[in-house]
Design a protein around this ligand. Structure first.
Ligand code: NI
Length: 172
């Protein structure tokens, strides 16, 4: 089932999420729905708070356009950043309206620890694009959006555009 994606400035996107306590049928169904929603959008990652669930869970697929799908479900992920700073060019987010994109500084490498849907422990190093995707999705679990990581000037310009856009939308 395709889920409704919550968008900025909905205050629920600013909340830190609670750990997943048990991998049950509800969580398995949510994972399937989140993957379906992400692919339909289309996007490369989606975090549970974006679909109204305040829990530490995300899905991602960093595969390139011509590569076979690599769907991943990560439960209670933890990340440790390392390596050099890199510019994530034209980062976007399914929860950030108007298709807004901006460059964001990220780290090149991430040590990822998490649990998968079968309850197995994951402990691996990610490098480059997958590392950037996990940093973006992990931020959602902490109530942070990529527009919280851009300059104040860019952010205020964007906020005023969103305000106008919301006004037009409510007038329709
Ligand atoms: Ni996002």
């Amino acid at each position: 089932m395709i889920l409704n994606i919550i968008t900025y400035p909905d205050p629920s996107l600013k909340e830190a999420c609670e750990p997943v306590k048990e991998i049950n049928e509800d969580i398995r169904q949510l994972a399937a729905d989140m993957l379906e929603t992400m692919y339909a959008a289309p996007g490369v990652g989606l975090a549970a708070p974006q679909v109204g669930r305040n829990i530490r869970m995300l899905v991602m697929d960093p595969a390139g356009k011509d590569e076979p799908r690599q769907p991943r479900v990560l439960i209670n992920p933890q990340i440790e950043l390392s390596g050099e700073e890199v510019c994530s060019e034209k980062e976007g987010c399914l929860s950030v309206p108007m298709g807004y994109r901006a460059n964001v500084m990220r780290k090149k490498q991430v040590r990822l620890r998490a649990t998968d849907l079968e309850g197995n422990d994951i402990d691996e190093m990610l490098d480059g694009f997958p590392a950037i995707v996990i940093q973006h999705e992990y931020d959602h679990l902490e109530g942070v959006l990529f527009i919280d990581r851009i300059s104040r000037l860019r952010r205020s310009l964007y906020d005023s555009k969103v305000k106008k856009w919301l006004k037009r939308k409510s007038a329709d």
